[in-house]
Design a binder for this molecule. Structure first.
Ligand code: DQA
Length: 151
């Protein structure tokens, strides 16, 4: 590993700003701030400088993904509900040049709402981590480390 940390984006979509308060029986009690601190620590151990972001605005997410494409930055993406229907997110993910890992706290494929069983992200991802709670973000970062040879 070189001394320079590899930049990585951990991007979170709508309603994930309410982690800890939002349906804790599904998403747990960890807040977004706590998740962000953990991701920074996990990433640092893997040689990454992790920048954790969350937005409820689709255009912001598209801008961040476009910027990651321009700068060749690996991405961990929890696109939340956009996962299931946003072709803008699909098109933005298609342009990424560095590896993308899709992450979900719950396992959408096992949930009762049929709309959750489709993902526009998966086609562009090197891996999907779902149903592992907050720890899934650590697994996603480890997968990225293997993919980019940082660890
Ligand atoms: C989610 C699953 C999605 O179906 C849902 O819309 C979310 C969160 C997850 O992390 O489990 O907002 O992506």
């Amino acid at each position: 590993m070189s001394n320079t940390l590899q930049p990585v984006l951990v991007l979170n979509g709508p309603n994930l700003g309410r982690l800890g308060k939002r349906q804790p029986e599904i998403y747990g009690h960890t807040t977004l701030d706590e998740l962000a601190a953990m991701c920074v620590g996990w990433g640092h151990a893997l040689g990454f400088a992790v920048d954790v972001r969350q937005t409820n605005h689709e255009g912001d997410m598209v801008d961040w993904l476009n910027d990651a494409a321009d700068k060749d930055i690996p991405v961990v993406l929890n696109a939340a509900a956009w996962t299931h229907y946003s072709y803008a997110i699909y098109d933005a993910c298609a342009q990424l040049t560095a590896p993308l890992v899709e992450v979900h706290i719950s396992d959408p494929s096992q949930r009762p709402e049929v709309f959750r069983h489709t993902s526009v992200v998966t086609e562009h991802a090197v891996a999907v981590v779902a149903g592992k709670g907050i720890d899934g973000y650590q697994e996603a970062l480890s997968i990225l480390a293997r993919e980019v040879g940082a660890a």
